[in-house]
Design a protein around this ligand. Structure first.
Ligand code: SUG
Length: 416
């Protein structure tokens, strides 16, 4: 068994649009009503995957879910008189943000020695709550090898769960047992706290994690209020390193102490609010970065290229690189179509530590498969969508055909 970290990126779906559906997500609200470019969005995502494959190793992907979702339209009896937001929900391509697909505990952390995956119920937002049954179907196919994987149902919907976006793992190296850090929000603020503590604790129990190797931390309500609707907007971890904003956690000192008690070798790379304000961090998505171990050693930070447009953020990154810290390289990527809906490089990927040989190869990217995906996107993804067009029969038809063409090209028609 050779365990590796595999990033499974969500392929941006053909119905990608800006409907302003996520309360508390500033980018989503501020782009409400804009024309979207699904083809460009999907090609941006694919370019990121290809770059990471060439540079850092194993790369996987998950497919867009069936949209528009007729089941949701029927369940809500959406008609001419219904709220446009409900119609748009059934068209949402939000499953592209696979950091919210599931919480993943690698095999070395779990009592039964298997890698456990729990799809996130995403109950706080109607457009996201529809995802998990189809996500589960896909995970059960990609990780069908039950000797190595266990795929659960989502936790009951009384408790909101947002998956890996509110979960970090600390370890000496990916294949060794780690400490899992769950970050939850406390309800009561202006914006919803989407991750509930009870959901985090249920996932830890479902996965059979050792309680001494789990840490539960409260998100800073100030960060949620400023637009950090998920913890991965203000913090990211890889192996022994956490890269976080000073205001990420409710009790900053207590949070690092709790992590250190469980994982003494923790290295904290913290950005002070005086260098990069919370609002600048949320605007540029500095922390919604992929922190990855380089094959040659040291870590790279894959950041949105929006970070280059911000003097304070870019200055901070340059001074970090000039120092002696664990992050040796910064790799800007263009994911602007996703960013305008509040999804940066880290939102677009789900990390799974596994032996690639135990994963269904149809979900693993190769250069040849990337070319196949690219030609389907170029041929079938709508060039643009005006949110006013959602509901159109002809657009629905082309969105469905586009997805079917992708399933066929990847030999995954059982997901139809
Ligand atoms: O759930 N945006 C997503 C962005 C998810 C980002 N994921 C992580 N941080 N891991 C969300 O808020 C916007 C859809 C719209 O407005 O049309 C949206 O769902």
């Amino acid at each position: 068994m050779s365990l590796a970290e595999i990033n499974f990126d969500g392929i941006v779906g053909p119905s990608h649009n800006y409907a302003g559906l996520s309360l508390g997500n500033i980018a989503s609200a501020s782009h409400k009503g804009d024309v979207s470019y699904p083809r460009a969005a999907a090609l941006q995502g694919l370019a990121k995957m290809r770059g990471n494959l060439a540079r850092f190793g194993a790369q996987g992907f998950l497919l867009p879910l069936p949209r528009p979702n007729q089941g949701l339209l029927d369940a809500l009896a959406v008609d001419e008189g219904a709220d446009r937001g409900l119609l748009a929900a059934a068209w949402s391509a939000s499953s592209m943000w696979t950091a919210n697909a599931a919480t993943v505990s690698p095999a070395p952390d779990c009592a039964d020695g298997r890698c456990h995956l729990t799809p996130a119920n995403l109950v706080t937002m109607v457009h996201r709550a529809q995802e998990w049954p189809d996500t589960k179907k896909q995970l059960a196919l990609a990780f069908a090898d039950t000797e190595h994987f266990a795929v659960h149902d989502a936790v009951p919907s009384s408790f909101g769960d947002e998956g890996a976006a509110n979960h970090m793992r600390l370890c000496a190296s990916h294949g060794e047992a780690g400490v899992e850090v769950f970050v939850y929000g406390r309800p009561g603020g202006a914006f919803p706290a989407r991750q509930h503590e009870q959901a985090s604790r249920a996932v830890a129990r479902l996965h059979g994690l050792d309680p001494d190797r789990c840490v539960f931390i409260e998100q800073n309500p100030v960060a949620i209020e400023a637009g950090a609707f998920h913890n991965d907007v203000v913090a990211v971890a890889n192996e022994g390193v956490i890269f976080a904003h000073e205001l990420a956690f409710a009790d900053r000192i207590g949070a690092y102490e709790a992590m250190r008690r469980a994982f003494p070798a923790l290295q904290v790379v913290e950005v002070p609010d005086s260098a990069v304000s919370l609002s600048e961090a949320i605007k540029t998505y500095l922390f919604n970065a992929q922190l990855v171990t380089r094959p040659e050693g040291g870590m790279a930070l894959v950041v949105p290229d929006d970070c280059r447009d911000s003097q304070p953020v870019w200055n901070w990154l340059e001074s970090m690189l000039a120092g002696n810290g664990p992050i040796r390289e910064v790799v800007p990527v263009d994911v602007r179509q996703s960013m305008a809906n509040g999804g940066g490089p880290a939102c677009l990927r789900l990390r799974v530590v596994a032996d690639p040989a135990t994963v269904d190869p149809r979900f693993l990217l190769s250069e040849a498969r990337a070319e196949g995906i690219e030609s389907v996107i170029s041929a079938h993804w709508p060039e643009q969508i005006d949110p006013a067009d959602l509901g159109s029969t002809s657009l629905a038809e082309s969105v469905r055909l586009a997805r079917s063409a992708l399933l066929e090209a990847l030999d995954l028609t059982e997901l139809g």
